[in-house]
Design a protein around this ligand. Structure first.
Ligand code: ZN
Length: 489
């Protein structure tokens, strides 16, 4: 059941399915409790259900709101070919009413957690600190009680200011539903994304403790259409859409970040053009539609800017590479905890770490090994990204190098006897984001957006400065730029 949001490796299936559901139950209770308390405490009267006229006259004096929806694994063709290959009427309508980008470049590695963190910080992974999906455990003391296979859940791992920090600094209210790396974030209405690690790790009680703030939350209960089968459940995006729409209807924050997951899940299972990928796009679009309905009821697009984006595209894969097989064969690795070199892999790439980064003899040996196996019967399996390449890509500080798989291959951190093996899935991502297939998309509509504008290219790191402009936030020091061409003000 490997997909981008499941613990990899030998997770027990029962645990992996059961715990996320339990988590989501708590998260839903959490969200509901906050919604109730937020409504009860609200210093301003709720915005009247917006007729366009009511919203229109007040719009110029009222502060704007921004809704950012990330459809994980969103590719530009979902809206460029909507109505043909893809059935995504709400996304298509947003594109037609607003402006859009033809190709939005991710970062390296083009993985979910680093990329989402770039969306909210405007910088690449070496600077924001979320260098991969999973934490690389090098034996040194970690900030949290991470276990092997854990992902970067905790917002305090992010080393630079986020959009929610900048919004809070301006006294604005923030919200996030299932947005990566938000556990413990200083977000007013928060349903973070998280699941317990395989074999224990940061478990549900720990999560609950973190979520149970503000006080009174743990006692709250709520009924809702909660997916009982966890992250693999097709209804998950619908549930996230319900929660987000509820937040938008009852007491919309100035900034709301929402992450939908199912398109990515299906693209891992079936590859880029899988039938169920198109079905998941349709369901994500329906969830988006529910959020847009809620926006229309609270000031509409005169009040709110809607931004739909993703984190990466997808490549099709048919085989997997396990570089740790090479290290094992060379006597450099006996187990995860007993090794001189380790391939920290995810998707179609891997960072290569030395247990002792100053060990030059092992560095030489490892680089020679990787060079020697890069071709299989004359055919290239992967490219070695040198330390200088990684510096240029602003990725993996501390790694010796990284491997970027050729088309058709994923890279696994498994320890097995052969470099080449079967791939458990048909689609993946993670490689150098300049590959056209790995581009994601970007659509903007509503308040402050120029209708009918179209940009050939943008980057994920441009989103934070653009949102900052819309909300008049201070986001100095980003690597991206304000997408002025798409804005009307
Ligand atoms: Zn993703």
């Amino acid at each position: 059941m490997h997909h981008a949001f499941a613990p990899s490796g030998r997770a027990t299936a029962a645990r992996a399915r059961r715990m996320p559901a339990a988590f989501f139950v708590a998260a839903f209770a959490f969200a509901s409790a906050l919604l109730l308390s937020a409504c009860g405490r609200s210093p301003t009267p709720p915005t009247p259900p917006g007729s366009a006229a009511a919203a229109g006259t007040a719009a110029t004096s009222q502060p704007g709101r921004v809704l950012v929806v990330s459809i994980d694994g969103l590719r530009p063709e979902f809206y460029l070919e909507a109505g043909k290959t893809y059935d995504a009427p709400h996304l298509r309508a947003l594109m037609q009413a607003g402006s859009f980008v033809e190709q939005c470049e991710s970062i390296f590695p083009s993985l979910t957690y680093p990329a989402h963190t770039s969306i909210v910080t405007g910088v690449r992974s070496a600077r924001h600190g979320i260098t991969s999906n999973g934490v690389y455990l090098d034996g040194s003391r970690q900030k949290h009680a991470y276990h092997d296979g854990d992902w970067y859940w905790y917002a305090d791992e992010i080393r630079v200011p986020t959009l929610w920090d900048a919004a809070r600094a301006r006294g604005l209210r923030t919200g996030a539903v299932s947005w990566p790396v938000t556990v413990g974030a200083r977000i007013d209405i928060l349903v973070p994304e998280c699941w317990p690690a395989r074999g224990g790790g940061v478990g549900y009680p720990d999560l609950q403790k973190r979520l149970a703030n503000p006080a009174g939350l743990a006692a709250a209960t709520a009924k809702g259409p909660i997916p009982t089968a966890g992250l693999g459940e097709p209804e998950l995006d619908a549930w996230i859409g319900h929660v987000a729409a509820g937040i938008l209807r009852q007491n919309p924050p100035d900034l709301l970040l929402v992450h939908l997951l199912q398109v990515d899940h299906k693209a891992h299972q079936q590859g880029r053009s899988g039938k169920e990928v198109a079905d998941a796009v349709h369901r994500a679009d329906a969830a988006l539609g529910e959020m847009l309905d809620a926006v229309k009821k609270t000031g509409g697009f005169e009040r709110t800017t809607v931004i739909v984006t993703g984190d990466h595209g997808f490549v099709d894969v048919r085989a997997s590479l396990a570089p740790n097989a090479l290290f094992q064969e060379a006597g450099l690795l006996r187990s995860r905890s007993d090794c001189k070199a380790w391939a920290h892999a995810a998707g179609t790439q891997a960072a290569i770490y030395l247990r002792d980064p100053a060990d030059r003899a092992t560095a030489t040996k490892v680089l020679a090994l990787l060079e020697a196996h890069a071709l299989d019967q004359g055919k290239r399996l992967y490219t070695i990204l040198s330390r200088a390449d990684l510096d240029r890509l602003a990725a993996y500080p501390g790694a010796l190098c990284a491997l970027d798989a050729e088309d058709g291959y994923s890279i696994s951190g498994t320890i097995r006897d052969t470099l080449l093996g079967r791939s458990p899935h048909k689609g993946s991502h993670g490689s150098d984001p300049s590959r056209p297939q790995l581009a994601t998309g970007l659509v903007l509509a509503g308040r402050g957006v120029k209708p009918g504008a179209r940009l050939p290219r943008a980057r994920l790191v441009d989103i934070a400065p653009t949102v900052a402009r819309l909300l008049k936030l201070d986001m100095a020091g980003t690597e991206g730029r304000v997408l002025e061409e798409l804005l009307s003000e």
